[in-house]
Ligand binder design. Structure first.
Ligand SMILES: [Zn+2]
Length: 312
């Protein structure tokens, strides 16, 4: 799909990304985090802005402070409240006194930003772009680089190395589609994601990610037209994941697709199936083959094909 790979970056080092912007990769590699969470340090006239402090790791916080040196850290921006991005907020705030700015309604009840941002909110040269889907509180941050480049700190909404998990109820597939479409209408030139390397020509991958989900959704609808499925069964059919954690992630993505289809009226019933699946993540989906539903399938198939050729 045009994903990027990179060698394992050096830990605890400030890696130059673009003029005035460095990156420190946290030591939290994993199937969901690639080599680790990216923390960015952005030079401004009145000090450094940190985008995503990263996980709760004293060594990582020490690396951020060491990279800043004698330059004060005057603002902390948070793309979303997931622990691999926000865990270091408390430690970094305590060490620097810098306020934390994030979405006005954080997804975590125990987290309150010092500065609440809404879509379009401006702060220190950054513009918040509300992009729910992976997380309801997800913000991207648009920023003009030293050479005038249109940069977007894209968090976990669009990552260069992988697609994002959309896990209900916090993750919402309909929101995710809309947020991808929102970025496709923008003219950002470079994405700096929460995981993985810098991404140029970001609209190509963004379009491919959307097309991928539309194809997946088309397959889901076709399967539902044939028979009744559990989420776990459908995920096993559609994904070839051996890793247990990725298998669970695949089920969350399938569930997100079903809830989107349900919200749009395509799938009649998405019922809890807790007895059969004690992990409580499986649901059964039953589709009707009504006239409107068949028309919807046809329209979506055409749409997905068009977007795919556009992305290719
Ligand atoms: Zn993340």
């Amino acid at each position: 799909m045009g994903f990027l790979t990179e060698a394992v970056p050096p830990r605890h080092a400030a890696l130059p990304v673009l003029p005035g912007i460095t990156r420190i990769v946290a030591d939290n590699p994993g199937v969901m985090t690639y080599h680790g969470t990216n923390t960015y340090l952005v030079e401004r006239d009145d000090g450094l802005v940190v985008v995503d402090p990263g996980p709760d790791d004293a060594v990582h916080i020490a690396a951020i402070l060491a990279a800043a040196g004698t330059t004060p850290i005057s603002l902390i921006l948070l793309t979303h409240a997931h622990a691999d991005h926000s865990g270091a907020v408390a430690g970094l705030r305590a060490a620097t006194g810098a306020p934390v700015a994030s979405f006005a309604a954080p997804a975590k009840p125990d987290f309150t930003p010092d500065i609440a941002l809404a879509d379009g909110g401006e702060i220190r040269g950054f513009t918040a772009v509300h992009t729910p889907g992976h997380a309801a509180d997800h913000l991207c941050f648009a920023f003009a680089g030293a050479g005038g480049e249109k940069i977007l700190f894209s968090g976990d909404h669009v990552m260069s190395w992988s697609s994002s998990i959309v896990s209900p109820p916090e993750g919402d597939m309909l929101d995710y589609y809309r947020s991808l479409q929102h970025l496709l209408r923008r003219d950002d030139e470079i994405f700096l994601p929460g995981h993985g390397p810098l991404l140029r020509e970001p609209r190509r991958l963004t379009a491919a990610l959307l097309a991928h989900r539309q194809m997946r959704e088309q397959t889901v609808m076709a399967e539902l037209a044939r028979q009744e499925w559990s989420v776990a069964g459908l995920a096993a059919k559609l994904y070839s994941k051996q890793d247990l954690f990725l298998k669970a992630a695949a089920q969350r993505n399938v569930l997100a697709h079903l809830l989107k289809l349900k919200a749009e009226g395509a799938v009649l019933e998405v019922a809890p199936e807790t007895a059969e699946h004690p992990d409580n993540i499986a649901m059964a989906a039953v589709a009707t083959q009504s006239e409107s539903w068949r028309a919807r399938v046809a329209r979506m198939q055409g749409d997905a094909k068009r977007r795919f050729s556009l992305a290719a």
